[in-house]
Design a protein around this ligand. Structure first.
Ligand code: ADP
Length: 410
């Protein structure tokens, strides 16, 4: 028999390795991965125990991360110097290392044994690499069972496992970082929303005082002063509507809205909204055409919210339509739904932005050369409220010809 030895992974170990690879790929928690790798390493190599040390990406120091059984707290994250330690040597040489008698090796640190009440005799350690082939840590198998020695096939098996594990750990670390970043983003978003809510409420009170006094002074004023005060009043009313938009943003923050559903007549509500806000359309000499059935159009909705949706769409139509333009508003039953539309003959919206206009703070015109006032919140609120009602909103448009917004409500 030829006794020259060529290391190979036997069929049983190979099958096991494939199964491990599948498990490693489906685990995204670093801690779970470490546990899995440790237990598989000890089983595959046939050792009493196994351990993992990972390189700190910033300080480039090794730290204890996992060991068979419970990890004692004093060992968790324990620093292992690269210089002079067994694990450090494995990283520095980027080669597997077998130490059959650790007690006589100067790189051996007996602290670990005493922490886990274990007697290490032999170690097989291999470097772990990430997907890019960079060393990320060391995987060690400790004490071969039945006093056997580590063989070359053990080195091959453990090295293969270490690289599968290294890639999986890298992926899991990335995943955890991503999750943290996502949580932080959510937290920032919440802080921003809290700030907007607070600021808008705080602004409302002094503004009411200004509006009150200016209205009062307006009544007493002579003609010239009256005209000046009218300007102040107009600006204050405009400010009030901006602040109201900010306050309405609360509807967009999920879970903060309770719908007060009741049966109401959409046609009546549309007439009311148009009548209430006729002034600006009249000032711009626009004609408004209603297309409503003579009989009521009953739906179940929150009246205040539906009014807000309609008035946002209507105000936009007036705002983005030039003087003398035409606006059409209508509603009708469509199967089990009620469709409402607001059509204008204004500036229109480019095709590729028909979805984005519903995003928070999105405006077609860049801020610096804006001709229209507003904060880019209105449509976001309409969309959110439509969805809260189990409905949908979408837009059609042709630039320079006009836009048409549809709301479908169940
Ligand atoms: P705001 O009107 O305060 O800017 P909105 O959320 O209501 O915010 O609208 C977002 C953007 O969508 C507007 O800035 C505008 O660019 C575009 N838009 C909305 N309605 C119309 C419309 N009827 N015609 C043309 N563009 C519109």
């Amino acid at each position: 028999m030829d006794d020259s030895f060529s290391p190979a992974i036997g069929p049983q170990r190979l099958a096991r390795m494939l199964e491990i690879s599948r498990q490693l790929n489906s685990t995204t928690s670093v801690d779970e991965l470490l546990k899995l790798i440790i237990s598989e390493a000890a089983t595959l190599i046939g050792t009493e125990s196994a351990s993992i040390l990972l390189l700190d990406p910033h300080t480039r120091e090794l730290r204890f991360k996992a060991i068979s059984g419970e990890m004692p707290p004093q060992l968790n994250n324990m620093l292992v110097p690269l210089e002079g330690s067994i694990a450090g040597k494995i990283i520095l040489t980027n080669e597997p290392l077998i130490v059959e008698d650790v007690k006589s090796n100067p790189g051996w640190n007996p602290q670990v044994d005493s922490a886990i009440n274990f007697q290490t005799s032999g170690i097989l350690g291999v470097p772990m690499h990430d997907a890019a082939g960079e060393p990320v840590g060391v995987l060690e198998a400790l004490n071969k069972l039945d006093g056997q020695k580590f063989g070359e096939d053990d080195v091959l098996v453990l090295s293969t496992l270490a690289d599968l594990a290294g890639a999986a750990i890298g992926k899991a670390q990335l995943f955890e970082e991503l999750q943290k970043a996502y949580q932080k983003l959510n937290e920032l978003d919440r802080l921003k929303s809290d700030f907007i809510a607070l600021a808008s409420h705080e602004l409302r009170t002094p503004l009411s005082v200004i509006l009150g006094y200016v209205s009062f002074l307006r009544e007493e004023a002579d003609e010239e002063t009256g005209e000046h005060l009218d300007q102040v009043l107009k600006a204050a009313v405009r400010l009030r509507s901006l602040i109201q938009d900010m306050i309405n943003l609360r509807y967009v923050e999920a879970g903060q809205t309770n719908l007060n559903l009741r049966e109401l007549d959409v046609a009546k509500l549309i007439r009311h909204v148009v009548h209430d806000r006729d002034e600006t359309a009249v000032a711009k000499q626009q004609t408004v055409h209603l297309h409503l059935p003579p009989q009521p159009l009953p739906i179940r909705a929150d009246e205040e919210m539906l009014e807000l949706m309609l008035s946002n769409l209507y105000s936009n139509a007036v705002k983005f339509t030039p003087e003398g333009g035409r606006i059409d508003i209508g509603a009708a039953k469509r199967g089990t739904e009620t469709w409402i539309y607001v059509r204008d003959s204004g500036v229109g919206i480019p095709q590729d932005q028909l979805e984005r206009i519903f995003d928070k703070f999105y405006q077609v015109e860049p801020h610096i050369r804006r001709r229209y006032e507003g904060m880019g919140i209105g449509l976001t609120i309409v969309k959110e409220l439509a969805q809260l009602h189990g409905g949908r909103i979408w837009a059609k448009s042709e630039p320079e010809k006009g836009s048409e917004f549809f709301i479908a409500l169940p």
